[in-house]
Design a protein around this ligand. Structure first.
Ligand code: FAD
Length: 341
């Protein structure tokens, strides 16, 4: 069984000895799970920052290869508001947190893996590898780092949007399109993004309207093609989404007019959830993803990244799979280094 011990913020500050960072604690209080400050060593083979699907998958591979692994996770996966996760065989329709909890239980069966609920706030390079410091004032070192820190979706300035995000405002039709098929649906997007979404979503419903939230940036050719499929384009500015518990009921516009609908597709902007890879010199792609090779190696030696932070195909199964080969590559590199020492 995993040991879970809750301690107060006051106790934490006393134990950590260092001032807390200005970053807010993501959960009401930090929860130590498995990592025991009194007895556990703070030097690891690998530190994995991010302990959701990709991070846990990395830990499973490395823990089973007898690597001493620390997972540091702040408990804010991007799909946390979604009631049901789809399109991942054996787990279809399951609550995202249930999938993650099950994974965590399986990973923490291995005594080679420790889990700490905390926020990694800084990373530095040292002679022997890296140091990672956390919001609670702890300092850990490791020869190699894995960032499985995901992406942070940036909510637009529309009241009610964030409450509906992942419930009735949907990022991906493959994950949630079936559940709202044939429903009266909106696409909140403009320009090429609106055109591409219209083309795609029409597969799930023909009752579609595009909301550009301001002047349309669609080309005349795109507009003609969209209209051929009886999809209207609404350019009015949106102020809010009226909803019940995240289930959208209508769009409310700046001129106080309204539009009833059942679901909205939107792909908001995103940023890296964790800035430490950039601080350590990892390059990003033009899209803002961490640049990796086919083995998930970043542009900085001994730093790997996997999951959403490295790829645009956001899906639980994909996040898990990105670690498959990389785990072997990382462990093979360590075995070679040790053998040839
Ligand atoms: C609204 C929504 C609904 C979705 N629905 C589905 C679906 O139905 N089916 C499907 O297959 N996919 C779905 N996805 C995609 C899926 O959720 C992601 O692909 C998956 O969560 C990516 O896993 P990850 O481990 O890379 O990142 P995440 O799951 O986002 O986890 C990243 C983890 O890193 C932690 N972290 C970040 N920075 C730090 C730090 N500095 N210190 C410590 N920890 C840190 C975070 O707290 C988090 O726990 C959905 C996504 C969204 C946004």
């Amino acid at each position: 069984m995993t040991e879970t011990k809750k301690i107060s913020r006051r106790e934490l500050i006393k134990q950590g000895g260092l001032a807390l960072s200005v970053l807010p604690l993501p959960f009401p209080l930090l929860t130590f799970s498995n990592f025991n400050e009194m007895t556990d060593n703070k030097i690891f083979d690998v530190i994995i920052v991010g302990g959701s699907y990709a991070g846990l998958s990395a830990a499973m591979a490395l823990g089973r290869a007898l690597r001493n692994v620390l997972i540091i996770d702040s408990g804010l996966p991007c799909n946390r508001q979604t009631p049901h996760s789809h399109n991942f065989i054996t787990q279809d329709g399951e609550k995202p947190s249930v999938i993650a909890e099950k994974a965590k239980r399986q990973v923490l069966k291995y005594d080679t893996v420790k889990f700490l609920t905390d926020l990694a706030v800084n990373g530095t390079k040292t002679d022997k590898g890296f140091e990672i410091s956390t919001q609670s004032g702890k300092l850990f070192s490791a020869k190699k780092l894995v960032f499985a820190t995901g992406l942070k979706d940036i909510m637009p300035n529309i009241k009610g949007f964030s409450e509906c995000w992942g419930i009735s405002v949907i990022h991906c039709p493959y994950c949630h399109g079936y559940e709202v098929k044939d429903q009266k649906t909106g696409i909140l997007a403009n320009g090429n993004s609106a055109f591409n979404l219209a083309q795609l979503i029409r597969n799930w419903t023909k009752d579609l309207t595009i909301f550009t939230n301001g002047k349309s940036e669609l080309t005349q050719d795109q507009t003609d093609k969209i209209k051929r499929h009886n999809i209207s384009i609404v350019e009015r500015k949106i102020t809010s989404l009226k909803h019940k518990n995240g289930v959208v009921e209508e769009i409310i516009f700046a001129d106080n007019s309204t539009f009833e609908l059942k679901a909205i597709y939107s792909r908001p902007a995103f940023e890296q959830h964790c800035k430490i890879p950039e601080l350590l010199g990892c390059e990003l792609t033009e899209q803002g993803l961490i640049k990796v090779d086919t083995f998930q190696k970043t542009t900085v030696d001994n730093i790997f990244a996997c999951g959403d932070n490295t790829n645009p195909f956001r899906a639980v199964s994909y996040a898990i799979s990105t670690w498959g080969i990389a785990g072997v590559v990382l462990n093979n590199a360590m075995t070679e280094e040790e053998f040839l020492k």
